[in-house]
Design a protein around this ligand. Structure first.
Ligand SMILES: [Zn+2]
Length: 384
């Protein structure tokens, strides 16, 4: 609406709102309304008269809408809250381990005996969810089939059982992959030529997912990127009668790149040969990501994940567009976290400000769940 149209519209409304004689109780309020309109008219008129430069649409005036601090908060379409955060945990097979991970400042590889002391204060501050990664360190823990992934005594299954007992309210997500457990470090079972055997890999990955769900995971999150694994996992959950109580979160759009470096350091999952480019998406592959997201929704995923996060805001937005009725999660990966820490340490910017800006950008793109190493800090910084 143009400025002059608005003024004439107000004039019209004023002249058409005469009080009805039969409704005296309305007269006062109508008069009040009219006097507001008159004041509005005169102020617009005086604005015009003093030639304050307002040209074009009145909707160009935005500042008033967010000048007050509370009004600024109300602008947030997706406000960061504690319940959106999932905190990654690296659990080793040495029960008393507590080793800082140099490339991930503040993060540690933990033995099972260290989990309750770490999580108790975080839960008191409002931690709602964790995602478990197994980090087997024993020399015998790795083989070509990733046999240790669903070892009932292994770190993930033992961790799930322990945490379910100790913290019944904590939502437990189990990352599902073989790369931490395979001798070659790839995310599945290989053919003799070193390429992925998709059929065997999917069969194995879905067995592992089922074992984690049966051990108490509220959510299983396959990160392996083998074709068809969402459907296979969903079918096994259905066959076992537990599909109704397990969330299936798919790492649907997982892009290859250097940002996983610190994680591989933490999880000890660097491939011994080759790389993961044949199954992780190429960084420019937006169309592929959209196809993978669509496929995983059709195969029964309950949540779609995009990884990394900040570099792929367009894909997060695509995921929200394709999966309108599904929550979208984004993994703010180790490299994103390490970069923010390094820049803050170098005095380039403030850690808290950048952590907020980065994470809120991810939410704005369409995610409503963020897997973040900043979770302990956000529990301090956020009120709710
Ligand atoms: Zn993997």
């Amino acid at each position: 609406m143009s400025f002059s149209t608005l003024v004439s519209d107000l004039t019209y409304r004023d002249s058409t709102h005469s009080p009805r004689p039969s409704a005296p109780s309305h007269t006062a309020s109508t008069n009040t309304a009219r006097s507001h309109l008159s004041r509005a008219q005169s102020s617009y008129a005086s604005t015009a008269a003093t030639s304050v430069s307002i040209s074009g649409s009145i909707s160009s005036q935005l500042h008033g809408g967010y000048s007050h601090p509370l009004a600024r908060q109300w602008q947030a379409e997706r406000q960061l809250t504690k319940s959106m955060l999932i905190y990654p945990l690296f659990i080793t097979d040495n029960p008393d381990e507590c080793t800082p991970i140099p490339s991930l400042p503040g993060q540690k590889r933990l033995g099972i005996n260290k989990l309750i002391p770490l999580l108790t204060p975080l839960i008191a501050k409002g931690l709602k969810s964790v995602i478990l990664f197994g980090v087997p360190l024993a020399p015998t823990a790795k083989d070509a089939l990733g046999t240790a992934a669903d070892d009932p005594l292994g770190p993930v299954i033992a961790g799930l059982r322990l945490l379910r007992r100790a913290f019944p309210q904590l939502f437990l997500v189990a990352d599902v992959c073989l790369c931490e457990y395979t001798s070659h470090g790839h995310c599945g079972i290989l053919h003799d030529d070193g390429s992925l055997n998709n059929t065997l890999s999917v069969d194995r990955i879905s067995d592992v997912a089922l074992a984690y769900a049966e051990a108490g995971a509220h959510c299983v999150a396959p990160s392996d990127m083998n074709d068809g694994r969402i459907r296979a996992i969903k079918l096994k959950l259905i066959e076992s009668g537990i599909a109704h109580r397990v969330v299936l979160m798919s790492y649907s759009a997982k892009f290859s790149g250097c940002l996983y470096g610190p994680f591989r350091d933490a999880a000890g999952s660097v491939p011994s040969f080759g790389d993961r480019r044949c199954y992780q998406l190429p960084p420019g592959g937006r169309g592929l990501a959209r196809r993978a997201i669509r496929r995983d929704i059709e195969e029964g995923a309950d949540i779609i994940m995009v990884k990394p996060a900040s570099q792929y805001l367009d894909i997060i937005s695509d995921a929200k567009d394709i999966g309108k009725d599904l929550p979208v999660a984004a993994y703010q990966v180790s490299g994103e976290y390490a970069m923010i820490h390094a820049a803050a340490k170098a005095g380039v910017f403030d850690l808290k400000t950048m952590a907020f800006e980065s994470t809120e950008g991810i939410l704005r793109a369409g995610a409503s769940i963020v897997v973040s190493y900043f979770t302990p800090e956000f529990l301090e910084w956020l009120d709710t």
